[in-house]
Each structure stands twice: as structure tokens, then as C-alpha cells.
Design a protein around this ligand. Structure first.
Ligand code: PLP
Length: 402
């Protein structure tokens, strides 16, 4: 499994590079730079320096005693990526890629963003490294996520609206790629999840794998054994593959990814690409994808803007095919319930994305003996979602538990 992706960037049937010829050369440069620097001691040292002193790693592994008791089954541990600088796992990747961009002599950064989390993390690290930064964001998302747009602009980024189609994440990627191609020699495309053409899925995994490496060390220290289950939410799949990577060879550890079932598993109401998708090409790679008859990406939806992407990282599709990981869904309502449950039992407000992983773990825990361990990746904190939850509460769209 450590041999993947192959030389062409495939994980089994998924991944690869589906790109116009003029971009292949730029990807080859990126691949060569990544190959060279990922094992370069100076690069590794600089990356570790920023992880420790900028991001605040290692993030804690926390036993939820109250939630465990309330569920009445397996022990529930959280890997606290919510405590990173900027509030999520995204910074692990943006710091890594921007250090690579610097080594490659690039002066400008371009990135897409959905909810704005990757945009904020990119804007922050570009500010840190003194690089020019453009963030492309769907016009609809700009409207829905005003505070994140303001954050990016505060840190000096130029936020450009994507005006085509549904005007959300898919269109932001389309338009960011278009802008990037105009000046790919000087500009580094900083991709936010384990998706896109080779080598991005492998590179994003590489920078996010710190999550699982730390978690493994921490659970060994606390419990002197491996967890029985890993659980992570899957949008593009970067926090999930980051947690899973170091455990793929530990066959006794069961691996569960959780996709958003949204309002229900009817077309347009969810973003469960692995659960209901079929193989298709989007944004330069092939993977399970939600698509219409013409092979175009289908409209997707989730209560959490960080999970509504119509495809998924190719390694997850491969892990599904070979049966090494299993993929489940959690609905909007279940995520909201988990959002409140963690807030009220532990005093930790989770990101709505992470609440999908929690919701699944809350279904799983009561079915397991008390000596079993579930380790959840708490990919981010919920401060960004509090206003949305408040609005939905006052509009009567959701109910707070009493
Ligand atoms: C962006 C985001 C996600 C989804 O992205 P992945 O690449 O699937 O990890 C999940 N959780 C949080 C908090 C996010 O910001």
C-alpha cells in the first residue's frame, strides 16, 4: 500500500492526471519538487518548526469521558485538530505546500475555497511567507460566509468571486484552475484537499499524515494499544486520509469515513460521492463522483459547506474498492444532534463537518463493548458555524435539544 500512487498517480483505478498537455509539464515540475523536498532534512526541519510554533502541534488526543458515559459503550477519543491555529486541520497542508512553493521560487499563490476554511488557512500562510495571494470563492459562498471573506482580506488576500454554475466550490475550483493556467510559471496552485491531479492527492496526504502519526503515538501512550475504530468525515478526504494513513497497515483497526447525507439520499440533497457515486473525471482526476447522464458533476448539498463536493479523493475510492475502509453517511439532522451533544457533554463546539464523524461514532459506540476504542478526528472547531446554527434555530429549521 505504501507503493501507491503508481508512477502515473493512480490508486488502483482512481486518480491520475487528466489535464491539457501544457499543464502536464507544470505538474511534472511540481511532482519533482515534492519528491525532492519531502525527504530533504532542511525542508522537514522547517516544516516541523512551523507545525510546532505556528500551528501549535502536536494537537491533543482527548478522552470524552462524559460522552462515552452518555453513549454507554466504546471509549470515545478525539484528535483535537480543532485546536490548531486557524481552527482546523487545513493549516497542516497549507504550511507544507507554501514551503514547497517557496523552494520552487514561486511568488504568487492561488487557491480555491468552499466555506472559506481553506481560503483562510491559505491567506494566513501566504501572509506568513510574504507571498501574493488570490482566493477564488463561489459567489454564493461569498454571500454565505462573509466573515471568512473578511478574514482573508484582513490578511491581505484578494478574494475573487466564481460566477458560473451553482457558484459554489466546484465552480471555484474550475475558475481558480483557469486563472492559474494563465500564469502557471510564477504561480503555485495550493490545493486544499486530497483531490485533483497527481501529485496533489499524495502531497496533501503527506502533509496531513501528521494527524495519524501523532494519534497513534498518543493512543499507545494512553492505552498501550491501537484503537478499534477510526472515524473521520469525508469532503474531499484530506482530514480522513491524514488520520487513516499511518493505520492502513494495521489490519485490526477498522476504518470508517463519513459522508454528508444532507437532507436525504435523493439527487441534489446530499454529497455522498463514495456511497452513491460512479467513476468519473472532474478537476483533473478520476474517482467516484456524483454525476448526471452527461458525465457532468451533479449538484450537491450539505449543511456544512466544507463537505459539499461532488467527487472525492482517489485514495478513498481505492480503499473502498479493496475493502480496507468503509464509508457511511450522516444526515444534516444527525450532524446537528452531534454538534449539540459534544457542546453539552464536553464543552467542545465541533465544526459541522466534524459533527458528521461524531454522529457516526455516536451510532457506533453503543453497539460496542466498553473496552473498545473509537478514535474520531475532530477536524475543526465550530465557532465558524455558530451564527448559522443560531439562524436555523430562530427560523425554526432545527430544534435545540432540551
Ligand atoms: C474543509 C474541512 C473539512 C473537509 O475537507 P476534507 O478534505 O474532507 O478534510 C472537514 N472538516 C473541516 C473542519 C474543514 O474545514
Amino acid at each position: 500500500m505504501t507503493q501507491l500512487p503508481d508512477a502515473k498517480g493512480f490508486f488502483g483505478d482512481h486518480g491520475g492526471q487528466f489535464l491539457p498537455p501544457e499543464i502536464i509539464a507544470v505538474m511534472d515540475d511540481l511532482n519533482a519538487a515534492f519528491d525532492k523536498y519531502k525527504d530533504d532534512p532542511e525542508f522537514i526541519e522547517e516544516y516541523k518548526y512551523y507545525q510546532r510554533h505556528y500551528t501549535g502541534r502536536p494537537s491533543p488526543l482527548y478522552l470524552c469521558e462524559n460522552l462515552t458515559k452518555a453513549m454507554g459503550g466504546a471509549k470515545i477519543y478525539l484528535k483535537r485538530e480543532d485546536l490548531n491555529h486557524l481552527g482546523a486541520h487545513k493549516v497542516n497542508n497549507t504550511v507544507g505546500q507554501i514551503l514547497l512553493a517557496k523552494r520552487m521560487g514561486k511568488k504568487k499563490i492561488i487557491a480555491e475555497t468552499g466555506a472559506g476554511q481553506h481560503g483562510v488557512a491559505t491567506a494566513a500562510t501566504a501572509a506568513l511567507m510574504g507571498m501574493e495571494c488570490t482566493i477564488v470563492m463561489g459567489a454564493e459562498d461569498i454571500e454565505r460566509q462573509k466573515l471568512n471573506v473578511f478574514r482573508m482580506r484582513m490578511m491581505g488576500a484578494d478574494v475573487v468571486p466564481a460566477m458560473s454554475g451553482q457558484r459554489t466550490l466546484k465552480e471555484a475550483v474550475d475558475e481558480a484552475l483557469g486563472l492559474w493556467i494563465q500564469d502557471a510559471q510564477n504561480t503555485f496552485y495550493l490545493l486544499g484537499s486530497a483531490v485533483g491531479p497527481h501529485p496533489y492527492p499524495a502531497m496533501v496526504k503527506h502533509f496531513q499524515a501528521v494527524i495519524g502519526r501523532e494519534a497513534k503515538e498518543q493512543i499507545m501512550e494512553l492505552e498501550n494499544r491501537l484503537p478499534d475504530y477510526l472515524v473521520a468525515c469525508v469532503g474531499g478526504g484530506s482530514n480522513a486520509i491524514g488520520l487513516f494513513a499511518d493505520f492502513l497497515g494495521d489490519e485490526q483497526v477498522k476504518i470508517h469515513g463519513v459522508e454528508p447525507a444532507g437532507r436525504g439520499l435523493t439527487p441534489g440533497d446530499h454529497a455522498a460521492s463514495l456511497t452513491l457515486g460512479t467513476p468519473g473525471v472532474l478537476h483533473g482526476f478520476t474517482s467516484y463522483m456524483l454525476q448526471d447522464e452527461k458525465g457532468e458533476a451533479a449538484p450537491v448539498y450539505s449543511i456544512s459547506a466544507g463537505l459539499d463536493y461532488p467527487s472525492v479523493g482517489p485514495e478513498h475510492s481505492y480503499l473502498k474498492d479493496i475493502g480496507r475502509a468503509e464509508y457511511y453517511t450522516a444526515s444534516d439532522a444527525e450532524a446537528v444532534e452531534a454538534f449539540f451533544a459534544l457542546s453539552r457533554t464536553e464543552g467542545i463546539i465541533p465544526a459541522l463537518e466534524s459533527a458528521h464523524a461524531l454522529a457516526h461514532a455516536m451510532k457506533l459506540a453503543p453497539t460496542l463493548d466498553k473496552d473498545k476504542i473509537i478514535l474520531i478526528n475532530l477536524s475543526g472547531r465550530g465557532d465558524k458555524d455558530v451564527a448559522q446554527i443560531e439562524e436555523m434555530l430562530s427560523a425554526g429549521q432545527i430544534q435545540a435539544p432540551v
